[in-house]
Ligand binder design. Sequence first.
Ligand SMILES: C[S@@+](CC[C@H](N)C(=O)[O-])C[C@H]1O[C@@H](n2cnc3c(N)ncnc32)[C@H](O)[C@@H]1O
Length: 271
Amino acid sequence: MDKPFAYSTKEFNAVRHKIRTLTGINLADSKDNMVYSRLSRRLRALGIDSFDGYLRYLDANQTETEHFINALTTNLTSFFREAHHFEKLKEYLLSHPAPQRIWCAASSSGEEPYSIAMTCAEARGALTNNIKIVASDIDSRMLERAEAGIYPIDQVEKLSPVRRKQFFHRGKGANAGKARVVPELRKSIVFFKQNLLDTHYAVDAGIDIVFCRNVMIYFDKPTQEIILKRILDKMKPDSLYIAGHSENFSHLAYLMRPLGKTIYQVNRQSA
Ligand SMILES: C[S@@+](CC[C@H](N)C(=O)[O-])C[C@H]1O[C@@H](n2cnc3c(N)ncnc32)[C@H](O)[C@@H]1O
């Protein structure tokens, strides 16, 4: 890789230390080039010519922290990713007609909470106040995208024609090639910024279902346990915790028990 900015293992390790302290994210040795290419954009934007200079700028300017975090998060997501979780959600909602509160705790650019909202609308026959959805992420750019609810048409075309018709408006003119989530669906979700490493979570207790998928994999095991306990503090006994496909909490059976397919039920004493 051709590297116009001065960058060595020393700077890579300093970046790793900083992002871990700020977010809990552990960057493996193999992420060396990823760090270089993502942060190079910040160096260019700021007119800084070395990583050492950038790290000094970061320490001196509080406002850069947000850009630094946004640059280093991995935001891969899609509508109805790991579709079996949404089938399970629908089944659960059909057998639990009481009001439900759902928290999507690493919502990235919004495809996941909108998939939750579509599933709720389908299970209840329409969007209803009977279900409250909140969605959070650490990355402010992703939250802006999620709130806007505008997606490239090729992503939306993967959905069924019924869902496309009910939940999206196709863009025209300057917005050709894009589709926007309908206002009722957008309004059904409250988005907010939340770093899962923080000790305080801006969510009221009594959550029935948490989707916390494909984010714990970035944290080490002790950090996962600390974060999981804080999330469970916000959840009802016997509520559902839905994890990502490669996340496993079977070693934390004292907190929640596996129901299969990376869905867990919160133990009574841990909620
Ligand atoms: C790979 S995406 C997963 C998105 C979605 N949950 C899914 O499974 O499709 C991981 C998300 O976790 C967020 N994230 C990383 N560290 C975080 C932290 N400390 N607190 C909250 N969100 C974090 C990232 O910004 C990113 O949007």
